[in-house]
Design a protein around this ligand. Structure first.
Ligand SMILES: [Zn+2]
Length: 490
C-alpha cells in the first residue's frame, strides 16, 4: 500500500568522519551531517541502485582506502532495493495481496527463507542454519575470535497480516551490512544477521520458538518432541518437510551459550502510534514488557434459566464476569501505566440463552516491564479467583499459569550507541518501552540487547494496512548500521 508515491527513491546520509566509539577518545574530523535525497533516475547520484551495489560490494572507493576499524564516513541506504525486496517477499504468501500469510515451514516460508539466504549470500555473508531453521549470516570482523554483534528479526507472518512486521528487521539488517560495506567500514567484531524461526505462535502455539531455543530453554526442546499443529502434524515432521531437524529430535544443538554475542539489536516497526503521532523518527527501546498468561475454569451446577431461582444459583458465567472485572481492578491498582491486563477469551458452557452457565473458561494476559509488579498482580488475580469461587459457590477447577516470561531491560551501552547514532544522523529519537514482545526478549537471556523502532502508519500491525514509509525504514537502517559499527569496535 503506497501512501507516499512521491517518496524519494534513494537517500544518502553523511555521518561524521572517524568518530570513534566512546571507549576511544572522540575524534571528529567532520561534524557535518547532511542529508540529501535524490531520485533514483538521477544518474549523478552515486547511490543509484545497481546490482553491483545491491550486492554489497563497494562500487565507490572510499577517499582513504586505508580506512579500517573506524566508523563509516558515509552511509547510503539503497531505498529502491529494500522497497523492492519488501514487496517481493510479500508475494510469498498464502493469502491474497495486500495481506500476507506466511506460516512456519509452509512452502511459502521455505521460499522466503531461500530468498533471504540468497540476499545474505549476495551481501557476502557466510550463511549457516541450525536444526530448527534459525538462519545466521556472518560478516567476519578483523578479530573474529571476539563475540560478534548480532541483529535480526523474523519473517513469518500471522494470517492476513502485513508486510513490514519482522521483515524490516531482517531485510533492514542485511541492508545495514550493505551500507557499512559500501562506506568502506571494516568491523572489528564480526557482525551477524539472524533470521529467527517462528516468532509468531500461529502453527504450534509457541511464540519466539527460534529465539527461545537459542536461549537454551530445555523445557521447550523437550516439549517440541510431542508438539503437533492443528492438523496433527508433528513439529519434527513439519521441520523435516522444510529441510530441517534431519534425523534428530535432540534440539540442544540449537542452544547458544551466554555471551555468544557481545550485543544484539533488533530493528522493528513500532506497532504502536507514538512515533508517528509525535513526529519522531527513531524509538530506542529501554525495556520489553513480558506477558504472563493464565487459564481459569469455573464450574457451577447450571440449570434452567426460568426454573432456577436466583438465591439457588451458582453461576459459573457470573464468576467469570466478576474475575474479568477483578483483573482490571488489580492492574489499575498497580498504579503504573506499564501494567496491562486483558481477558481476551471468555467462554460459557453450554452457551444457550435459557441455560445458566455451568462452566466458564477465561484466558488472561498480564504484562509489565517490572516482573515483580506483574507477578504481584497475578497473585491478586489468583486470590480473587479463590474468593469469587467461594462467594458464588462454584468450583475453581483450574487456575493455570501457562507462561510467565521475565521482561527484559535493554543494555545501557547499546542504548547509548543507538542514541549517539541517531544524533550523528540528525534524527529525532526518544526512549520507548516495547509493549509487544519480540525475539529480543529471549536474546536478552544470552546477550545484552536493545531495539530500534521506526514509525508505522497509525500504529497498525498484524493487518494488511500495516505500513512504514521508505524514508522511515531508511532512517532505521542507517541508525542500525551506525550502531552496529560502533558496537563492533567495542
Ligand atoms: Zn514482529
Amino acid at each position: 500500500m503506497d501512501f507516499h508515491p512521491d517518496e524519494p527513491k534513494t537517500m544518502k546520509i553523511m555521518s561524521p568522519l572517524f568518530v570513534r566509539s566512546r571507549s576511544i577518545p572522540l575524534l571528529l574530523l567532520s561534524l557535518l551531517c547532511s542529508i540529501s535525497t535524490t531520485l533514483a533516475h538521477n544518474n549523478e547520484d552515486p547511490t543509484t541502485k545497481t546490482m553491483e551495489d545491491f550486492s554489497g560490494y563497494a562500487i565507490h572507493e572510499p577517499p582513504h582506502s586505508s580506512i579500517t576499524n573506524t566508523l563509516p564516513y558515509s552511509l547510503s541506504v539503497d531505498t529502491q532495493s529494500i522497497q523492492n525486496q519488501i514487496d517481493e517477499l510479500s508475494t510469498f504468501s498464502d493469502s491474497p495481496a495486500p495481506s500476507v500469510t506466511r506460516i512456519l515451514y509452509s512452502e511459502k516460508d521455505v521460499l522466503a527463507r531461500r530468498y533471504i539466504k540468497n540476499l545474505m549470500g549476495l551481501s557476502g555473508l557466510s550463511v549457516r542454519e541450525d536444526a530448527v531453521g534459525n538462519i545466521f549470516g556472518r560478516w567476519d570482523g578483523d578479530e573474529p575470535e571476539l563475540a560478534p554483534v548480532a541483529t535480526g528479526s523474523h519473517v513469518d507472518a500471522i494470517p492476513y497480516s502485513g508486510k513490514y512486521d519482522g521483515v524490516v528487521g531482517v531485510l533492514g539488517a542485511i541492508e545495514a551490512i550493505n551500507v557499512l560495506k559500501r562506506s568502506g567500514f571494516k568491523p572489528k567484531r564480526s557482525l551477524e544477521v539472524i533470521y529467527f524461526t517462528s516468532e509468531e505462535p500461529t502453527r504450534f502455539g509457541i511464540s519466539c520458538l527460534g529465539s527461545r531455543l537459542l536461549a537454551g530453554i530445555e523445557t521447550l526442546a523437550e516439549a517440541l518432541k510431542t508438539t503437533v499443529d492443528g492438523q496433527n502434524i508433528s513439529f519434527f515432521d513439519a521441520a523435516r518437510s522444510a529441510g530441517y531437524a534431519k534425523d534428530q529430535t535432540d534440539l540442544t544443538s540449537v542452544f547458544l551459550k551466554k555471551g555468544s554475542y557481545s550485543a544484539f539489536i533488533e530493528l522493528h516497526i513500532e506497532q504502536g502510534p507514538i512515533l508517528e503521532e509525535e513526529g519522531i523518527s527513531i524509538g530506542i527501546v529501554t525495556a520489553i514488557a513480558a506477558p504472563a498468561s493464565i487459564k481459569v475454569d469455573f464450574e457451577g451446577s447450571g440449570g434452567h434459566a426460568g426454573a432456577m431461582l436466583m438465591p439457588n444459583r451458582n453461576d459459573a458465567g457470573l464468576a467469570a464476569a466478576e474475575l474479568a472485572l477483578a483483573v482490571e481492578k488489580h492492574v489499575l491498582e498497580s498504579g503504573s501505566i506499564d501494567t496491562v491486563g486483558t481477558v481476551g477469551i471468555l467462554e460459557l458452557h453450554p452457551g444457550a440463552i435459557n441455560s445458566i452457565p455451568s462452566k466458564s473458561h477465561l484466558e488472561i494476559d498480564i504484562r509489565d516491564i517490572n516482573e515483580q509488579r506483574r507477578n504481584h498482580v497475578m497473585d491478586r488475580v489468583h486470590q480473587s479467583a479463590v474468593a469469587i469461587a467461594q462467594n458464588r459457590r462454584v468450583k475453581l477447577s483450574e487456575f493455570k499459569v501457562i507462561n510467565q516470561d521475565p521482561p527484559a531491560l535493554s543494555d545501557k551501552s547499546i542504548i547509548e550507541a543507538a542514541e549517539l547514532a541517531s544524533k550523528e544522523l540528525n534524527l529525532t529519537y526518544k526512549s520507548m518501552i516495547s509493549r509487544a514482545y519480540h525475539d529480543s526478549l529471549f536474546m536478552a537471556r544470552i546477550s545484552p540487547i536493545s531495539m530500534i523502532f521506526i514509525p508505522c502508519y497509525k500504529g497498525y500491525s498484524h493487518k494488511p494496512e500495516e505500513y512504514s514509509s521508505i524514508q522511515d525504514i531508511a532512517n532505521g537502517v542507517n541508525v542500525l548500521a551506525l550502531t552496529l559499527s560502533k558496537l563492533s569496535l567495542d
